[in-house]
Ligand binder design. Structure first.
Ligand code: F6P
Length: 421
């Protein structure tokens, strides 16, 4: 059989550094052309494989692939597309293997979060059962930082830095206005069920009670309106203003989100968002304070201009490691970041079986959250601090980041059959 190709796909919500991982995968594969003929990338993730829409990365110059390291977004297009259980959804798995066979794909690199690790795991199983074994490797990515085993998830460090920086800067603005007008500022951040991004807001100050943010609302801590309003009132009385970081996943004790947009994605997750205006209005209605709020939304996960150098390095490293693991013959594993020490921050790459990662969510542990539930502890700070360290500015041209765009040359189709997803 001729040298196999590799298939690389981006999955789920993208990050400021997911393309750095793509760069790690492609550059490393190019160094091993004796074993990997080419890397095909899925246009819009796994959907690209199902409908045979793949991008030929060999047609991209070395300069462009290197430029992916500092370009945010998902260069090949991402998708939230869940392949269900093997038995209930044989048709899609069989199609995937049919496409892999037609294009001589021997390696599958799936760059995503918990749901994607489940898919990669299942594809590895079915490919063996169907007699066309494909080496399947998951590559971690999620701003939510909720994958187990790995110290952190590429994408998170950069969001954490953006949120910490924005909280620090906005707090100076509110402080300037507080005596005569605005008393409360609310920043809404992502994170779904896990409060890691909200926790990162805590890095904006030293942790002293008068320093912002004064309140963090975590999904892990049930929201109690009375206790929250009491705290806001105390902050305004004692410090003159109150800066709040609220997770989109903040919820009441009965599990009901403070804000739920009402739509669900393909993975069945509720679309969240819009909690900041709810919280701000609650303050206004009950305490009468003037407020401003911001919903960081996609700005936070695309903010490559203020990316964490640690995050960029780790994002590239997991891509590189996945290829090396595949070349060593490993399958159904994901490279994980193993923290060796906090200060100085040292880490190395290990691996973990996909079965131990798939569909599991790592929440912020209680010991990282203060007793009153409104801030981070010293242990939380020790965990978070190194992840936002260092700056890795993209090149600029005419005052703007000079990001790369791909030629995106399609791989010629080999199958006559059309597949509808
Ligand atoms: O899973 C990462 C994430 O950024 C979540 O924090 C957020 O809730 C969600 O994606 C938004 O997803 P989408 O871009 O599909 O609306």
């Amino acid at each position: 059989m001729s040298k196999p190709n590799a298939f690389y796909a981006q999955s789920g919500g993208v990050t400021a550094v997911i393309n750095a991982t793509a760069s790690g995968v492609i550059e490393t594969a190019r160094k091993h052309r004796d074993k990997i003929a080419n890397v095909y990338a899925g246009q819009n993730g796994i959907i690209g494989a199902l409908i045979e829409n793949m991008i030929d990365t060999n047609k991209e110059s070395a300069k462009t692939i290197a430029g992916l390291r500092y370009t945010p977004g998902g260069a090949f297009g991402s998708a939230r597309y869940k392949l269900k259980g093997i038995e209930e959804n044989r048709r899609e798995y069989e199609r995937l293997i049919e496409v892999f066979k037609a294009h001589n794909i021997g390696y599958f690199f799936y760059n995503g979060g918990n749901d994607s690790m489940d898919t990669a795991h299942k594809v590895s199983q079915i490919s063996q059962r169907m007699g066309f074994p494909v080496q399947c490797l998951g590559i971690p990515k999620t701003v939510d930082n909720d994958l187990p085993i790995t110290d952190n998830c590429p994408g998170f460090g950069s969001v954490a830095k953006y949120v910490a920086v924005s909280t620090k800067e906005a707090a100076l603005d509110v402080l300037s206005m507080a005596e005569t007008s605005t008393k409360v500022f609310v920043l809404e951040v992502m994170g779904r069920h896990a409060g890691w991004i909200a926790a990162a807001g805590g890095l904006a100050g030293s942790g002293a009670p008068h320093e912002p943010p004064h309140i963090i609302l975590f999904p892990e801590i049930p929201f109690v309106k009375r206790a929250f309003l009491k705290r806001v009132k105390e902050c305004v009385r004692n410090y003159g203003y109150c800066v709040i970081v609220v997770s989109e996943g903040a919820a009441y004790a009965n599990g009901k989100f403070l804000a739920e947009a009402g739509t669900k994605d393909a993975f069945g997750h509720a679309q969240l968002g819009g909690v900041a205006p709810i919280v701000a209005q609650m303050v206004r209605d009950n305490l009468g304070f003037k407020y401003h709020y911001a919903v960081a939304d996609y700005l936070q996960r695309s903010a490559r201009h203020i990316a964490s150098a640690t995050d960029v390095k780790q994002a590239y490293a997991v891509g590189e490691a996945a290829v090396k693991m595949a070349l060593r013959g490993e399958t159904a594993v994901m490279p994980v970041i193993k923290r060796v020490s906090d200060k100085p921050y040292r880490w190395r790459i290990d691996n973990a079986p996909l079965g131990r990662i798939a569909n599991k969510e790592k929440m912020v542990p209680r010991r990282y959250i203060s007793k009153d539930g409104f801030s981070i502890t010293t242990a939380g700070r020790r965990y978070l601090e190194p992840l936002i360290r260092g700056e890795d500015y993209p090149p600029y041209i005419n005052g703007l980041p000079d990001y790369v765009t791909l030629k995106s040359v399609p791989v010629s189709k080999k199958l006559n059959t059309k597949f509808v997803v």
